[in-house]
Write a protein that binds this ligand. Structure first.
Ligand code: TXA
Ligand code: MG
Length: 317
């Protein structure tokens, strides 16, 4: 059921049931991170393998310190600059965090979401919320309550509607445990923004099947059910493939034919707007009559990097 009743959401959370909550990045499927029954219910509802660990969500830096060690140095600098916001830090966990949350790792991922209703819930409860994106494992992430209802509606008791997510792609995950910070997942906080706060340049250590730092970052992820391909140039592809039943995911001001269904991530070429529209348009493209989604990579800068990462995984076989 979709609703806007915060107390109802808290009621279910207190019963160790998973509830979908809005964040500024994507909707999360939240449950008590200190309770193994609640955590198991998240994995079950998402059909997520237990090797893929969960991010915990807290109200502020003080609360984070109840659950993690070493929130200091670069990690603290980043937390002070970007929380609440689309930044997830990987830090050594305290014993109170069950290994079920971290898939056996000594490190737990933690963030403070920037969404007023969800923040108020985190302030009212006395436990952190484990929350992966509220989609079935491997499928497109949800940026509206309706996306969650379509995908998981029959598996969870409540979906708290907080409107459309303002950022639209997941948080950036950073590991500051060594001297040089590592970016484990590109996301809603751009690398340039991060670099402005650190004295030292972070390195990209994106996770894939061969680098299991963040085991959830599989090569194939965020995927529509329909086949999707990335082409070098949409106009050329259309000229060469006239009979195909195609739908287009485009970006920027273009003169593409109106023959095919087309969703333009940002006509003005704005990468923030494109991030916000990405998952919604993938959902819409997935329900057109077309048999194939074609798209082209965006400029490789700012949030374009994170969007391209998701397009490549969505198109992966
Ligand atoms: O923006 C976000 O981060 C959203 C919202 C709901 O907060 N959450 C989200 O969660 O994207 P999820 O589960 O869809 O993606 C979390 C990623 C996965 O790739 C997972 O492998 C990685 O974070 N991760 C979580 N805990 C980890 C840990 N202890 N060590 C390494 N990677 C971890
Ligand atoms: Mg996810």
């Amino acid at each position: 059921m979709i609703g806007v009743d915060t107390l109802k959401a808290i009621h279910f959370l207190n019963q160790n049931l998973p509830v979908a909550l809005p964040t500024e990045t994507v909707y999360g499927l939240a449950a008590n991170a200190l309770n193994e029954e609640a955590i198991t219910a998240i994995y079950k509802a998402k059909n997520r393998p237990f090797f893929d660990p969960l991010i915990i969500h807290v109200a502020n830096i003080e609360d984070a310190k109840k659950y993690v060690l070493n929130l200091k140095g670069n990690a603290l600098k980043l937390a002070q600059a970007f929380w609440p916001g689309p930044l997830t830090l990987l830090l050594p966990k305290k014993d109170i965090i069950p290994y079920l949350v971290t898939s056996g790792s000594q490190y737990v991922a933690v963030r403070v979401p920037n969404q007023a209703t969800t923040l108020s819930i985190l302030q009212q409860i006395n436990y952190p919320l484990a929350a992966p994106s509220a989609n079935p494992f491997g499928y497109i992430s949800p940026t509206t309550a309706k996306h969650v209802e379509e995908q998981l509606g029959n598996k969870i008791p409540y979906i708290l509607d907080g409107g459309e997510c303002t950022i639209g792609i997941e948080s950036t995950i950073i590991d500051c445990n060594d001297e040089i910070p590592k970016i484990l997942r590109l996301g809603g906080l751009s690398i340039t923004t991060i670099e402005n706060v650190l004295d030292i340049k972070p390195i990209l250590a994106l996770n894939n099947n061969s680098n299991p730092n963040a085991p959830g970052q599989l090569d194939k992820h965020y995927s529509p059910r329909k086949p999707m391909i990335i082409v070098d140039d949409i106009t050329t592809y259309l000229a060469e493939n006239k009979n195909k039943n195609i739908a287009i995911l485009s970006f920027g001001n273009n003169n593409l034919t109106t023959e095919y269904p087309q969703f333009n991530l940002s006509i003005s070429g704005n990468l923030d707007e494109a991030a916000k529209n990405l998952f919604n348009y993938l959902h819409l493209l997935d329900i057109t009559e077309s048999e194939l989604i074609i798209t082209q990579l965006l400029p490789n800068k700012e949030l374009g990097l994170a969007i391209n990462d998701r397009l490549k995984r969505a198109a992966a076989k």
